[in-house]
Write a protein that binds this ligand. Structure first.
Ligand code: ADP
Ligand code: MG
Length: 230
């Protein structure tokens, strides 16, 4: 069964008299435990499709399913619960909370959505910090670590609730080559170890070369789908 199923998904933004068709009838399926990316120029609709899959916004038309849930019609409260239980996010600018330590940043989603005893929380956070190679920095604050290290913390934070799906909007845009490859490598390991699906948006060739399936977006339309080695 597919993890994400989109049928004729459209999104139109209306601001004043201006109507922008950001997505025009997208249909696709994403399998569990896959590593896929939407690729296209700026303004092609990459962030919009990730926001819809992540229940941060709703399609104007069409249906969108994640697992067995039709997320096209969830109300705000249901969308928030669904997000908390099923989806992790990784952003271009990391979005770590500056007043929290590395450990606390990774622990934070667990405090928000789940009632987990503190020993269990600590175990999960430390396992993930270990997996992304950030144990030694656990008591540092975000402004005391590098960009690549911040993104590794963001990967750990996205995984801590054990979501089925992680959405990463241009996660390597602010990283140099070597660091970007390291972060992508960590994400692939996580995918292999936990069976987590990663959906990226990017125009970064480094990611394009590393994913299994590429969806090409142009002007709100899917123009092509490439499958690597298949
Ligand atoms: P990408 O992430 O590929 O750069 P986006 O999904 O951000 O593209 O944007 C797709 C199109 O939708 C662009 O034309 C953008 O200006 C427009 N758009 C995105 N978000 C909004 C919004 N909240 N209101 C109005 N227009 C938007
Ligand atoms: Mg974008």
């Amino acid at each position: 069964m597919s993890l994400v199923t989109a049928k004729n998904v459209s999104k139109t933004y209306i601001t004043g008299d201006i109507k922008i068709e950001a997505l025009k009838g997208l249909s696709f399926e994403i399998e569990p435990a896959s590593f896929v990316s939407f690729v296209g120029p700026s303004g092609s609709g990459k962030t919009t499709i990730l926001n819809l899959i992540g229940c941060l916004d709703k399609p104007t038309d069409g249906t969108l399913k994640v697992s067995d849930t039709d997320i096209s019609h969830l109300n705000r409260r249901m969308a928030a619960t669904f997000r908390g239980e099923n989806i992790g996010f990784i952003f271009q600018d990391f979005n770590l909370l500056p007043v929290l330590t590395v450990f606390e940043n990774v622990e934070y989603p667990l405090l928000m959505v789940q009632n987990i005893p503190s020993e269990e929380r600590e175990r999960r956070v430390m396992d993930l910090l270990n997996a992304v190679g950030m144990t030694e920095q656990k008591n540092k604050y975000p402004d005391q670590i590098s960009g690549g290290q911040k993104q590794r913390v963001a990967v750990a934070r996205a995984l801590v609730t054990e979501p089925k799906l992680i959405l990463a909007d241009e996660p390597t845009a602010n990283l140099d080559h070597k660091t970007a490859y390291m972060v992508i490598d960590i994400m692939r390991k996580m995918k292999n170890e936990f069976g987590t699906t990663f959906i990226f948006s990017t125009h970064d060739q480094k990611i394009v070369g590393e994913v299994e399936v590429i969806y090409m977006l142009e002007d709100g339309e899917l123009t092509d789908r490439h499958v690597r080695g298949g």
